[in-house]
Design a protein around this ligand. Structure first.
Ligand code: CAO
Length: 415
């Protein structure tokens, strides 16, 4: 059995994080991803946050698995000629340049379409059409502009960005879906099209529950599952909710044994209504099962602080894993706060390929994430990222360039 995207050729003009996550996903599913990098320089992340001098950084290696790398100066006339061949050769062009860069290079969409009407041209930009469409954007700008930061953190503190790269990797995921849809539609239309995933839009899409809450707040003036209720005040926009669950079942992060010295000795606990009796029994508050102040979800809403306080008294005498094991026996939903150290060592994640060890000729073995999406008939195999220009000659040969043409390009530093 081949791979899901066998035969799909991607001209990968992406750099930094958002675009590379998209093309890495497509490569994991079997597409031939040809990453085009600036001659002599390469993707800027190769040299950023290096942990080993002069060796491709983990930043780069973990975002560019299963790709081939060619170097090409696409502003040089001879480089442009090679790029034209690449456009004819590939199915999809993916880019996340600053707005207008592709046009300045001489390759607006119309020109690409002329060269290859079947080509899908997929872009990540910071913003969609509107007042900010010309702005450069990085991860945290998108988190702030997409509604994540204003709703993250505690009510008495400043907005917070989150560690999950929802602006970059999140938008890369959105773009990958757009590309696969456009490829699917091309099967019937025979035509390519443009695909745009704006980072602000992607973040807002992931923050949709907060847009839901904005409308609830506007209508009712209060959100009873938020920690501000009943003692705090609500303003006109959705406040930061601390660790509240954001769903119909209240939750909070509570301390477990060792929290004084271990920053991750915590558990996320959910006071799920269907298991309220079990919760009361486990934490030693059987009277709450019938007490009208605690017996129903609505009665508990103004008393969530007391509820979580009592649960915490119980969890503080156990490790997060002991507490989880006990709660799980009674179907009570909860989850330990896992550190990166714990995740890196977790055998079940290694077994499923979600965390993989990869060999690299210059850095040796390193740890990476593997494909988080599992297809039963198209399993992903994670291959190391390419060295800068490792496949230039190979790809130019496939494009039909002769040895003397390739030497000329080398001589003129176009590749
Ligand atoms: N040969 C010759 N020139 C090349 C080239 C190649 N192979 N590849 C890229 N270039 C040129 C581009 O044409 C561009 O030139 P001009 O500025 O003259 O048009 C130049 O390199 C730099 O491109 P850039 O503006 O995209 O890069 P930057 O470092 O200044 O900005 C970023 C980076 C990420 C802010 C910007 O690309 C951006 O906003 N992208 C869209 C949003 C996005 O994806 N952000 C997430 C990034 S990850 O946090």
């Amino acid at each position: 059995m081949g791979k899901a995207l066998d035969g799909v050729r991607i001209l990968d003009f992406t750099h930094v994080q958002s675009g590379p996550t998209c093309t890495q996903l497509l490569a994991w599913f079997g597409a031939d991803v040809i990453k085009v990098e600036k001659a002599g320089a390469g993707d800027v992340t190769r040299g950023q946050l290096q942990d080993i001098p002069n060796v491709d950084s983990l930043y780069f290696t973990m975002l560019n698995h299963n790709k081939r790398s060619i170097t090409l100066d696409t502003k040089h006339p001879r480089g442009k000629a090679v790029l034209e061949r690449l456009i004819r050769h590939c199915d999809v062009l993916v880019e996340n340049f600053a707005p207008g860069a592709l046009e300045r290079m001489g390759f607006p969409y119309e020109r690409i379409r002329q060269l290859n009407p079947k080509m899908i041209v997929a872009s990540v930009k910071g913003f969609g059409p509107g007042p900010y469409e010309d702005c450069k954007v990085y991860e945290n700008v998108a988190q702030c502009a997409g509604g994540a930061a204003s709703t993250t953190g505690f009510d008495d503190g400043p907005p917070l960005v989150t560690g999950a790269q929802i602006g970059d990797s999140g938008t890369g995921l959105h773009l990958a879906l757009g590309i696969v849809c456009a490829l699917y539609q091309r099967n019937t239309t025979g035509r390519g099209q443009k695909v745009l995933a704006a980072m602000q839009d992607g973040v807002l899409n992931l923050c949709r529950v907060k847009l839901r809450d904005q409308q609830r707040l506007a209508r009712t003036g209060v959100m009873k599952e938020y920690p501000q209720y009943p003692d705090g005040r609500f303003g006109s926009s959705v406040p930061r909710a601390g660790n509240a669950s954001g769903g119909g079942q209240p939750g909070w992060i509570i301390k477990c044994r060792g929290w004084q010295t271990d920053p991750n000795a915590y558990l996320y606990f959910i006071a799920q209504a269907p298991v309220w009796k079990q919760i009361c029994a486990v934490i030693g508050k059987p009277e709450w099962i019938t007490d009208p102040d605690y017996a129903t979800p609505d009665a508990r809403l103004p008393r969530l602080t007391q509820v979580f306080g009592e649960v915490e008294k119980w969890t503080m005498t156990r490790t997060k894993f002991e507490a989880m094991a006990e709660f799980n026996k009674h179907d009570i939903p909860c989850g330990p706060i896992l550190s990166m150290e714990e995740l890196a060592a977790e055998p079940s994640l290694r077994a499923t390929g979600t965390v993989v060890e990869v060999d690299h000729p210059k850095r040796g073995r390193y740890l990476s994430v593997g494909n988080p999406i599992k297809l039963s008939d198209s399993p992903s195999e994670v291959k190391r990222s390419p060295l800068l220009g490792e496949h230039t000659r190979e790809v130019l040969g496939e494009l039909g360039l002769s040895e003397s043409e390739i030497r000329t390009l080398e001589h003129e530093k176009v590749i």
